[in-house]
Design a protein. Structure first.
Length: 587
C-alpha cells in the first residue's frame, strides 16, 4: 500500500501478419471478441480458476461514464465488458462503489450492503455480475475491512455516548492530558492517528483519515458484522474479495509508542516505524476465518490481500497453511522501481519458490501507485519498456493483476495546481506529495471528446493530453502498439500449455542485464523461452538449453519486440535490441 509516495518511494515491431504459433484465436487476432462462452478454460482441471486468471483492476469512477455526469459508473463498466473479454480478462476487481461521503473516494464506506447512487443501483450491480458471467468474467469486490466512514451508522452510534452498545466497535482511548493524544501513532495520511471527540471527551483511532475510524477487530460482533458483509456479496455472485489494508486490522492493546526513525515525512511529521500498528499476528486469525467463510461457497472464491509486506518472510505468512489468503499482492515486485534484471530475478525466484507453495500475484500499477509507464520508463524507450513489463507480468507463472489503461500505456498525469487536486493526500502533502489523482485519470478509449470516457463538459479528473495518441481505438489499428502487444501476449497465455504450467527455470542467473527464463511444458510439448533485455544497450546472449532437456538448436519466435529478422532463431547466439522482449518456442 504505497499510498504516500513522498514518504515511501526512495527515491517488436510487430507486423500484422506476424506469424504466431497455431492456436492463436483468429477472432482475437482481428480484434473481435471471441463468441461468448468460448473462452478456453485452461490449466489442469484441478487448479482453482484464480491460478490461471488474468485479473484487471477497474477504478469505476474513471472507467466509463454512462449518464454524462463526468464520473464513471456500473452501466459504463457493463458497456465495456466486450472490450475486456476481447482483451482476455478473466476477472475484474472493482474498487469500492459502496455509499460513501467520498473523503477517500469510496474507501470510506457508510453502508456495506448497497451501491452509491453515483455508480448506479444494486440492480445495476446484479446486471454487471450476470453480463460479466456471460463473458466468462468474474467480479471481485473490494472489502474495506480496517475502517468505516465516520458517517457509517456504526460509528455514529459509537461516538454518541461512552455506554452505547457500539462504543467498543471502534478504538476509543483517553488522551494523556489536554491536547495530548494517547501515544505517538501516526496516520498514513499524515499527523496523529488519534482524533479527539469532545462529545465524549475521548480520542478515536484512525490509521488513515480522521473520517475513516478503525474498527475494533478484537470485538467479536465487529467480526460477525464484517463476515455478514462478505456473505451479502457472495450471495450476489461475486467471486471473491480484495481486502483493503489488511495488515492494519490490529493495534497493540498496550498502546506502546511506535518506533521513531530519523527524518520527517511529506507532512512534516517525524518518521516512524509502524511496529505496533501494522502486521500484528492477530491478523492471521481473521484471515483464517475469512478463508473458512469463502471456502464454504461454491466456485472457489478468492481472497486477495492488499498488504505492503516488507520481505518474503512476511509475504509468505499471508498464505498461512493454505488456509488464509490465496493471492497476496506482491508489493516488493511491484516496487522495484527500476529495470533491473538482478533485482527482478531475485524477487521472482524467491516468491516462486516460497515455502508455503503459495501462488504469487504480480502487479505493477494500481490506484495508489504512479503508473508503471512512468515509474519504469527511462524517458526514451517507455513504450518498449511497457511491453517488457507486460511480458514480466504475463509470461511468469504468477497470477497477473493489471490496472485499467496499462495495456494502452497510460501515464501518470498529476494535477498541475494545488487547486485542481481531488485526493486529500495531495491537498495535505502538496507539493511534495501530489496525491493519487495522476494514476486515476479517465480511461482513454478514443480520440473523441473526453477520449470517449464521458459526454460531460467537465469530468471528475481531466483526460490527459496523451490520450490523443494513447487510446484503445488508435492502438487497436496499430500492430506495433502496446495494446496489440498485450493482446498477443494474453492470447499466448491461453493457447500455450507451457505458459499455464508452474515451471519457470531462470537461465543465465548471473547476467546483470538480461532476464531469461524457460517455461517448461508440463506435457512434454513445446516449452517457451522468455528473454528480456533489461538494459538500454544491445546485448549478445548465448543460452545453452540442453541441460534443461531442450535439444533442438533453433527456436521459433512467437512474439518479439522489436521484430527479429527471422522467425527462426538460435538461443545460443542471440542479439537483443535495447529493452528487447522475446518469446520463442523450443523443444
Ligand atoms: C488502501 C487503498 C487506498 C486507500 C486506503 C485507505 O490502501 O488502496 O486507496 O486510500 O486503503 O482505505
Amino acid at each position: 500500500m504505497r499510498t504516500c509516495r513522498g514518504l515511501c518511494v526512495v527515491g517488436l515491431v510487430l507486423a500484422l501478419g506476424f506469424c504466431l504459433k497455431g492456436g492463436f484465436d483468429s477472432a482475437m487476432a482481428q480484434g473481435k471478441p471471441a463468441p461468448v462462452g468460448e473462452h478456453v478454460i485452461h490449466g489442469s482441471g484441478e487448479d482453482p480458476w484464480w491460478k490461471h486468471a488474468v485479473i484487471y483492476e477497474i477504478y469505476p469512477r474513471s472507467f466509463q461514464d454512462s449518464n454524462g455526469d463526468g464520473v464513471g459508473d456500473i452501466r459504463g463498466v457493463i458497456s465495456r465488458l466486450d472490450y475486456l473479454h476481447d482483451l482476455g480478462i478473466d476477472a475484474i476487481w472493482l474498487t469500492p462503489m459502496y455509499p460513501s461521503p467520498l473523503v477517500d473516494f469510496g474507501y470510506d464506506v457508510s453502508d456495506y450492503a448497497a451501491i452509491d447512487p453515483l455508480y448506479g443501483t444494486l440492480a445495476d450491480f446484479d446486471l454487471l455480475v450476470a453480463e460479466a458471467k456471460k463473458r466468462d468474467i468474474r467480479v471481485i469486490m473490494d472489502l474495506v475491512a480496517n475502517h468505516t466512514s465516520d458517517q457509517h451508522p456504526w460509528f455514529r452510534d459509537s461516538r454518541s455516548s461512552r455506554d452505547n452498545p457500539k462504543r467498543d466497535w471502534y478504538i476509543w482511548r483517553d488522551g494523556k492530558g489536554p491536547g495530548r493524544p494517547p501515544n505517538n501513532w501516526e496516520s498514513w495520511f499524515g499527523h496523529s492517528a488519534w482524533t479527539f471527540d469532545p462529545a465524549t471527551n475521548q480520542y478515536y483511532y484512525h490509521y488513515f483519515y480522521k473520517e475513516q475510524p478503525d474498527l475494533n477487530w478484537r470485538n467479536p460482533e465487529v467480526r460477525q458484522a464484517m463476515y455478514n458483509v462478505m456473505r451479502f456479496w457472495l450471495d450476489r455472485g461475486v467471486a471473491g474479495f480484495r481486502i483493503d489494508a489488511v495488515s492494519r486490522l490490529f493495534e497493540d492493546p498496550q498502546l506502546r509508542n511506535d518506533v521513531v526513525v530519523p527524518g520527517v515525512n511529506a507532512y512534516g511529521d517525524p518518521n516512524i516505524r509502524h511496529k505496533y500498528t501494522d502486521n500484528l499476528p492477530e491478523v492471521h486469525d481473521v484471515l483464517r476465518e475469512m478463508r473458512h467463510l469463502v471456502d464454504s461457497y461454491p466456485g472457489n472464491p478468492v481472497l486477495i490481500s492488499e498488504a505492503d509486506e516488507p520481505n518474503i518472510s512476511e509475504l509468505v505468512k499471508m498464505y498461512g497453511k493454505n488456509d488464509e489468503i490465496q493471492l497476496p499482492m506482491d508489493f516488493q515486485v511491484a516496487d522495484v522501481n527500476r529495470i533491473s534484471a538482478s533485482g527482478f530475478r531475485r524477487l521472482l525466484r524467491e516468491v516462486e519458490h516460497n515455502p508455503a507453495h503459495g501462488q504469487p500475484l504480480y502487479f505493477f500499477s494500481n490506484h495508489d501507485q504512479q503508473r508503471q509507464w512512468d515509474r519504469y520508463g527511462d524517458g526514451v524507450h517507455n513504450d518498449q519498456i511497457a511491453k517488457l513489463m507486460a511480458a514480466m507480468l504475463l509470461a511468469t507463472p504468477a497470477t497477473p493483476l493489471m490496472y485499467y489503461g496499462e495495456e494502452i500505456g497510460m501515464r501518470t498525469t498529476p494535477p498541475a495546481r494545488k487547486d485542481d487536486v481531488q485526493d486529500p493526500v495531495g491537498k495535505l502533502g502538496w507539493p511534495v506529495e501530489k496525491g493519487r489523482d495522476g494514476e486515476r485519470t479517465p480511461m482513454q478509449w478514443d480520440a473523441s471528446k473526453n477520449s470517449g470516457f464521458s459526454t460531460a463538459d467537465h469530468t471528475w479528473l481531466p483526460v490527459p493530453p496523451s490520450a490523443a495518441e494513447y487510446n484503445v481505438q488508435s492502438e487497436s489499428r496499430d500492430a506495433n502498439s502496446i495494446l496489440s502487444f498485450y493482446k498477443r501476449l494474453l492470447a499466448l497465455r491461453r493457447s500455450e500449455p507451457a505458459l499455464q504450467g508452474e515451471s519457470c527455470v531462470f537461465l543465465n542467473r548471473d547476467d546483470p542485464f538480461v532476464l531469461s527464463f524457460l517455461r517448461k511444458n508440463p506435457h512434454h510439448g513445446e516449452s517457451i523461452l522468455v528473454v528480456l533485455n533489461m538494459s538500454p544497450q544491445p546485448r549478445q546472449l548465448a543460452l545453452h538449453l540442453v541441460p534443461y532437456g531442450i535439444t533442438q538448436r533453433t527456436a521459433t519466435v512467437l512474439l518479439s519486440s522489436p521484430q527479429p529478422s527471422s522467425q527462426s532463431i538460435s538461443p545460443a547466439n542471440l542479439t537483443l535490441a535495447p529493452f528487447a522482449v522475446l518469446l520463442a518456442s523450443v523443444r
